[in-house]
Design a protein around this ligand. Structure first.
Ligand code: SAM
Length: 459
């Protein structure tokens, strides 16, 4: 195996390794790295890969990887770096007569152009005779210094990496799918970067069928289709899907030239879905409604006793047959949404299929044991995006075992008790000890009564 080093973007740090692992799986590339070498406060990671062709494939659709370099030398000082570069002179000849470019950059610090030129000159012993071409070189070398993220950077870098640039990730896609440029968006449309990361987590690829049961304005249909999958979605609220004249999921599909990949969208309540029992989705990618912007609803009445015993007629026709008639809906508690989602995934995913979804949590109360579980689904990754008091976690699960009819999701015994959440008013009542433990005295998960805890209450 050959040593490379990855330069990640310095954001979404908890998402970087899961994305790397997903990319390796999608591209069937064997990678090896020391888990202890990965630091959230550092963008560099040394990794071993068999061939250069595989290294290029590994990063070609990466969102959180800027570049991958073949590692020529690393060390805490330039002396160490040069010793390592000089130890393998057989690497140099292929580049002797190629046009080339050197770059020098510092993570956590800045370096003047004089300093950069000085560093570049220390590599003169490589003896490259090709022309220097800053715009379109045949080969590019990078010197990357790591000064860490302390407010006062050290005078010398903690580590220096030197290598030949092999390939870059696909961060341009973030601009392509930028919500500001998208024809149709809603207030819950997912930002482009995260939607693309989710498509990678879902292992979206040609020939796969990916489904979003809470499709809204269809962000994931687009990004999963971008990577070649067929996609479909559904939502209880047809207005989200239809949008307004010339601005709808359909117009977005046209905008991104994804016709033929985004198959269709449907309007129905996921609790009363029409799918036949079969294993057919390769992935489910979704942002369930949890009330920060759009609360979940399911068909039914909040108070069934108010249900009229006779069918309401309008001019002799049942009211529900009117074009503008909508069936009544009632709140759909978050833990109920989650258990239904896991059970749906266990039933409808192919073996090895992935469920990728967001789980909102109250930061101070979250613990890993809060994660919903299902006997057929195993956890692949759990990455936090923190907003202070609350966070959302991108959960990736894989169906690893056939679903047995009757197997239930484990939402820590909160199922059925959660409708409690709708008796509170505004922020004046915070859940008490009794309410955050279940009937068996076990602590309820941090997302229990989530809306109340962050001040979002349905009355
Ligand atoms: C957070 S939004 C999804 C936004 C979407 N990812 C996007 O990019 O626009 C959640 C969606 O779930 C829908 N929803 C709520 N309850 C539902 C149910 N019982 N069945 C299906 N969809 C539901 C809402 O109408 C809303 O559009």
């Amino acid at each position: 195996m050959t040593k490379y080093f990855i330069q990640f973007v310095q954001s979404h740090e908890e998402f970087r390794l899961p994305e790397l692992e997903s990319l390796a799986k999608i591209e069937n590339v064997k990678i090896s790295y020391n888990r202890e070498d990965y630091k959230k406060n550092c963008p560099f990671l040394i990794i071993e890969i068999d061939t250069e062709e595989e290294a290029i494939r590994l990063v070609k659709r990466a969102i959180l990887i800027r570049n991958i370099y073949e590692l020529w030398g690393t060390g805490k000082s330039y002396e160490e770096v040069h010793t390592r570069v000089k130890a393998k002179p057989e690497r140099w000849p292929p580049y002797n007569y190629k046009s080339f470019k050197f770059t020098v950059s510092a993570f956590g610090s800045t370096c003047s152009s004089d300093y950069q030129v000085g560093i570049i000159n220390t590599f003169a012993y490589l003896g490259f005779k090709g022309e220097i071409n800053l715009k379109d070189p045949e080969v590019q070398f990078g010197v990357l210094e790591d000064y860490g993220l302390d407010p006062a950077p050290p005078t010398e870098p903690y580590m220096i990496y030197f290598g030949r640039l092999i390939a870059s990730g696909n961060r341009d896609l973030i601009q392509t799918y930028n919500l500001k440029k998208r024809k149709y968006i809603g207030n819950t449309s997912m930002d482009a970067e995260l939607s693309l990361i989710m498509a990678n987590q879902a292992l979206a690829a040609p020939g796969k069928l990916i489904y979003d049961p809470f499709v809204g304005t269809g962000s994931f249909l687009l990004t999963c289709a971008q990577f070649g999958s067929f996609t479909m979605g559904s939502d209880i609220d047809g207005r989200q899907i239809r949008g307004k004249t010339n601005r709808s999921i359909k117009s977005n599909v046209e905008q991104y030239h994804l016709r033929g990949k985004v198959l269709d969208t449907f309007v129905f309540d996921i609790c009363h879905h029409p799918w036949r029992d079969n294993l057919w989705f390769d992935a489910i990618v979704t942002d369930p409604p949890y009330g920060v912007r759009a609360g979940a609803k399911t068909l039914g009445r909040k108070n069934p006793s108010k249900r009229s015993l006779t069918t309401k007629l309008i001019d002799g026709t049942p009211a529900y047959e009117e074009e503008n008639s909508y069936p009544p809906t009632k709140p759909y508690e978050m833990s109920e949404v989650l258990s239904d989602l896991l059970e749906f995934a266990a039933r409808f995913l192919v073996l090895g299929g992935r469920l990728v979804y967001w789980l909102p949590t109250v930061v101070d109360e979250y613990s890993n044991s809060d994660l919903p579980e299902h006997p057929s689904m195993r956890l692949i990754s759990n990455s936090e995006q923190n907003f202070g008091q609350w966070a959302r976690r991108l959960i990736t699960m894989e169906k690893f075992k056939e679903n047995i009819i009757g197997d239930r999701a484990n939402i820590h015994n909160v199922k059925g008790l959660d409708n409690l959440s709708f008796v509170y008013k505004k922020k004046d009542v915070s859940p008490n000890e009794e309410e955050i433990t279940n009937t068996k005295g076990k602590k309820k998960p941090g997302h229990y009564l989530f809306r109340e805890k962050v001040g979002l209450v349905e009355i």
